[in-house]
Design a protein. Sequence first.
Length: 431
Amino acid sequence: MFDRIVTPSRRRTSLRPTMKAAPFLLLALTLAVVPARAENWPTWRGPRLDGTSLETDVPTQWGHTDNIRWRTELPGGGHASPIVWENRIFTVAADPESGERLLLCLDRQDGRILWKAAVVQAPMERKHSENSFASSTPATDGKRVFCTFLDGAEVVVAAYDMAGRQLWLKRPGTFSSVHGFSSTPILFEGKVIVNCDQDADGYLVAFAAEDGREVWRADRPNKTRSYCTPLIRDVAGQTEMVLSGSKCVTSYDPRTGKLRWIMDGPTEQFVASLVYSDRAKLFMLTAGFPDHHILAIHPGGKGNVTSSAIAWRTVEGAAYVPSPIVEGDYFLVISDLGFAHCFETKTGNLLWKARMSRHHASLVSAAGLVYFLNDKGVCHIVRPGPTYDLVATNELGEDTYASPAISQGDLFLRSDKALYCVSRSKAQAAR
């Protein structure tokens, strides 16, 4: 096994604005030389940043060994999800003994670790007991892999090539939170965008993917920790980058960082990211702490939209940590008490709820089915509709906090110890 260690660089470079890149890239990230309907999974929550897959032949049956193509133990812990680009899988891990925060590359065919890069080596930061030291899912554009960690009080954003060589490393600012770090990068038009809501002056920052030059920076309001990854959509005649966090919901222009609109509240802290319903033309939010809310929000606002943006609201079934999903006409969420809820997206009508135990993993979907992966490694697969339709229940046999990834007919699950490839193809011997 090729097991090359790449040591971190602390070199700082000057920050300069970049030229505007090519047109909207999110959907283009999925275009690779793969079979029809198959997709890469290049960021957290996949090619559309919302947990949905266009694939139609994804496994629905597995066990600890059944339909497991391979299992690879990882050199460190973490709650970050895997991402996939063609024949490579990337994720991150942290080794508390050495202090290394690692970017890992695995072969998708057999799970071999091809290389690991030590991005940061430093004492472990303070965190919540349910967080990890490697919770930020990396992102890739097929040429480079981007990851984020905390180095002491400093945020680190780094880029590597597909062979594990560091291309650049930036330190955009400090980060303060008693819960620890979990800022996942997203990609848009040649930019790497990172949200750093914190218990201090929060900020959004965009770097040029090619060389790490700072493109824009936006101040965040209210100085309150939150951990949401932005969602980008072309809606209502404009491109909106929407995120909840720091006592508000906001929309920005992802090309410039300029604020489009802001909605006060509905609570203080947020973890779950928003999703969007193309059919209902609504952003969907679940939050949070200390108050729980589900909101349906109209896009296309301007200025403060607190009194005008909400289409419907409920406190029933709201989740703090796991992000929800929209599948067809339905909005699905798993509550903090472990109950799955299915709403009619357009109206907010609650159709059903079912007990599934506690979740940290966010929801994913494929072929019209929604996958609920709970903390104990049990995955309930449900067909959304007016009534509860449980298609399958699968037990992995290990605890799972990371969200699943779907690519080229395979399902990738990360437990507290290992990465699994669940496949309809003949299972190989577990590693």
